[in-house]
Design a binder for this molecule. Structure first.
Ligand code: NAD
Length: 482
């Protein structure tokens, strides 16, 4: 057992309702101070095989379990999450360095809500029958089988449960591979699910590195769905592995989203929205990292932004008053810094930040804003995934739309405008899975979520999750002759 933030966390896998280890381990390091916090079992092909086999064995019985009972168990898991919110928040903060206050107030309640939402949605799932020349067409959502779920480190338990809850609700069994930089809360979730009474093998966790566990998992012929959240290069590898078995895929990937600020916007709101893009130290897929501001207000916007960003407190994420914590890992900080250095070399100006926070040391990177980046520059086109924003100006609505869409990504877009007609016009022309108008990050779980272009394949959320995690069946019945 490892003890992290005073909480006992099992460092092993969870396969078929049992804890198992591996001959090898890897070291989990806290981004807060770069100290080792746990030695985690380093799974490989053997553990992936064992987990898929366990999930495969558990599938027929779980798939036959009535909807009410499946929903009851998901609610019981949510109860367990709520009971352990503080422990989960502490462990997640120690593991990924995100703010304790977000974990306490936003993230862990959302984890519980993921289970409750899909449990309730399951009970309402259905479609009215279609009639064709007296024949009835009846649609049913059949469970697909074993689902391999692969998740990143930036919001570990939230993103994992966003997949686990609908997959289990739909009657599937699950093998989760959490990110190797943040393995801990997945292990706690296995404890919670077991305490809630989820049958052995229905939910499994295999720890380890991407290629070593994720590779065999995604290539496995008994895996019937793969849902992946992470980067575009990994998505390509996974899609290639899935191609061999034609395994259906859901891919939630990166972005380079715009925040478009029109001159008619409430400027204070627009500045608040822009500063919010530093949340989670910039490690947010949806972050609107490209600030596109109408020329006539650009100077005033920049001035207010700099003042507002200057008030952000960077430091230990365990403190309630901290606004920006560390980057996840030394390798990631160096990657972020590489983007910043190259942007400077290419002629952009860091009007704030522009390097690590030397006062704090460790993995703390200063919130950075670039101006003057040239068209096509790397800093305008590649996802940095750190606290690094760029500011560009536009003169017309058409130009704003062209700049907003001028990316190979299409995850999200945010608009700040006081004109509802303009909001509709612009939104209609944006390529994005989610558009926020005068707000950011608010979303109903009934809504579809995903990315266009290279930001993803497919949509999850609401009934779209059930569409993905189920084999939809249409049964056509001729009129009964008596
Ligand atoms: P990553 O692609 O490096 O890793 C994600 C997961 O994939 C990890 O669990 C990793 O171990 C696993 N993996 C790596 N190689 C694999 C392989 N060959 N086969 C199977 N699995 C493999 O991404 P990351 O650095 O952990 O996360 C950051 C990325 O995730 C960013 O691009 C970010 O935008 C994206 N993201 C997207 C969303 C979304 O909802 N669209 C949400 C959060 C993060």
């Amino acid at each position: 057992m490892a003890t992290v933030a005073g909480v006992a966390v099992d460092p092993g896998h969870w396969i078929g309702g049992e804890r198992t280890g591996s001959a090898a381990t890897f070291t989990d390091v806290s981004p807060i101070d770069e100290r080792p916090i746990a030695e985690i079992a380093r799974g490989g092909a053997q553990e992936a095989e064992a987990a898929v086999a366990a999930a495969h064995r558990a599938f027929p019985s779980w798939a036959r379990t009535g909807r009410e009972e499946r929903a009851r168990l998901l609610h019981a898991i949510a109860d367990g999450v709520e009971k352990r919110t503080e422990e989960l928040a502490q462990v997640e903060t120690a593991d990924n360095g995100a703010l304790i206050r977000s974990h306490r107030r936003g993230v862990m309640p959302r984890v519980a809500h993921n289970f409750r939402f899909f449990a309730d949605r399951l009970l309402g799932l259905g479609h009215p029958d279609f009639e064709t020349r007296g024949h009835t067409n009846h649609v049913s959502w059949d469970p697909a089988g074993v689902c391999a779920l692969i998740t990143p480190w930036n919001a570990p338990l939230m993103l994992a449960t966003w997949k686990i809850a609908p997959a289990l609700a739909a009657g599937n069994t699950v093998v989760l591979k959490p990110a190797e930089w943040t393995p801990l809360t997945a292990s706690l979730l296995a404890d919670i699910a077991a305490e809630a009474g989820l049958p052995a093998g229905v939910f499994n966790v295999v720890q380890g590195y991407g290629a070593e566990v994720g590779g065999p998992l995604t290539a496995h012929p008994d895996v019937k769905r793969i849902s992946f959240t992470g980067s575009v290069p990994t998505a390509r590898t996974i899609a290639a592995a899935a191609a061999a078995n034609l395994t259906p895929l859901s891919l939630e990937l990166g972005g380079k989203s715009p925040l478009v600020v029109f001159a008619d916007a409430d400027l204070d709101l627009a500045v608040d929205l822009a500063v919010e893009q530093y949340d989670n130290a910039g490690q947010v897929c949806l972050a609107a990292t490209r600030l596109l501001v109408e020329s006539s207000i650009a100077d005033e916007f920049a001035e207010r932004f700099i003042t507002r960003a200057g008030r952000l407190r960077q430091g230990d994420p365990r403190e309630e008053t901290t606004d920006i914590g560390p980057q996840i890992h030394r390798r990631h900080l160096e990657r972020v810094d590489g983007f910043v250095r190259r942007a400077k070399d290419a002629g952009a100006t860091a009007v704030i930040g522009g390097g690590p926070n030397e006062e704090l040391g460790g993995l703390y990177y200063r919130p950075t804003l670039f101006t003057g980046a040239r068209d096509g520059a790397e800093i305008l086109t590649e996802e940095v995934f750190g606290p690094v924003l760029t500011l560009q100006t536009f003169d017309t609505e058409e130009q704003a739309i062209a700049m907003a869409n001028g990316t190979r990504f299409g995850l999200a877009a945010t608009l700040a405008t006081g004109d509802p007609e303009r909001a509709r016009r612009v939104t209609d022309q944006l390529v994005a899975g989610t558009v926020w108008v005068n707000c950011f990050f608010v979303r109903d779980l009934q809504a579809p979520f995903g990315g266009s272009r290279q930001s993803g394949v497919g949509r999850e959320g609401g009934d779209w999750s059930f569409d993905f995690y189920c084999d939809l069946k249409n049964t056509v019945t001729a009129p009964w002759v008596r």
